[in-house]
Write a protein that binds this ligand. Sequence first.
Ligand code: CP
Length: 328
Amino acid sequence: MTAEDTSPDVQLTDDHRLRHFLSIDGLNRPLLEEILDTAASFVEVGDRSIKKVPLLRGKTVVNLFFEPSTRTRTTFELAAQRLSADVLNIDIARSATSKGESLMDMLWNLEAMASDMFVVRHSDSGAPYFIASQVTPNVAVINAGDGRHAHPTQAMLDMYTIRHYKGGFENLRVAIVGDILHSRVARSQIHALRILGASEIRVIGPRTLLPVDIEGLGVQVYTDLEQGLRDADVVIALRLQKERMDSALLPSESEFFRLYGLDEHRLRVCHPDAIVMHPGPINRGVEIAPEVADGERSVILHQVTFGIAVRMAVMSMCISGQEGGGVL
Ligand code: CP
């Protein structure tokens, strides 16, 4: 299965509402802004003593994570709980797939339990699309990261964070630094930033970690960190995805940090009010220095907090789209 198998239209209803949430690519600005605005209405739920709203009461959400995750899985679980849904976390390693059961047999069994939503992370690009093409019409599928292809809820929580700190996307220079080649996050961020009207999107990294066709996504490419960071308003660091590297693309991690690691000295060329973001997990001393990760420019942990509200927004909008607008 490849990302080329995917078709953005499958995620929309005939009246252009979210039915599944699989990719940013193919969505329009009003829909992305609706996700951000809906998330804004959910942020205060996290500050209440009873952190619940009844929007998904009686609904069953199933987390299917075929790859490791800390932030995405737990914030999806919290988001579903705060919407009052019942949540099942399938332990893939202990599931009957380890006895030879196919993915589709597993899903049909979960559908037989009247599941309403599958949240899917998978190492194969396109896996959530395949599942969305197979499920019954009343089940929504949310992509929680597929291979190198897309991580749309991560991109939306990043957009929420940028809008929160910068007020919008116009006149904004955003620099994405590191392993762009293997990053589903970078691809989704670039699509979202373009749709939302960011004035300049830069990618910075060694040639070996930049996709050959990356300029086609409408970004400016830099192999020199200092040039790429100059006057940037937002700096997004990415992890080296060693688990996706099938050959030696770098001399060493220490050499990568020497050339591309974010430290206070290198950030001096950014805009004085620049924020530093990272989707996590962070590797201190590889792509980011500890004093930057923990410093006053860093909004990394705020990204995680906003992620709950953004995932609440996406889940409630998908269920609403499934039900013809009846839930919200
Ligand atoms: N950002 C992100 O996807 O983190 P996890 O792998 O911990 O979910």
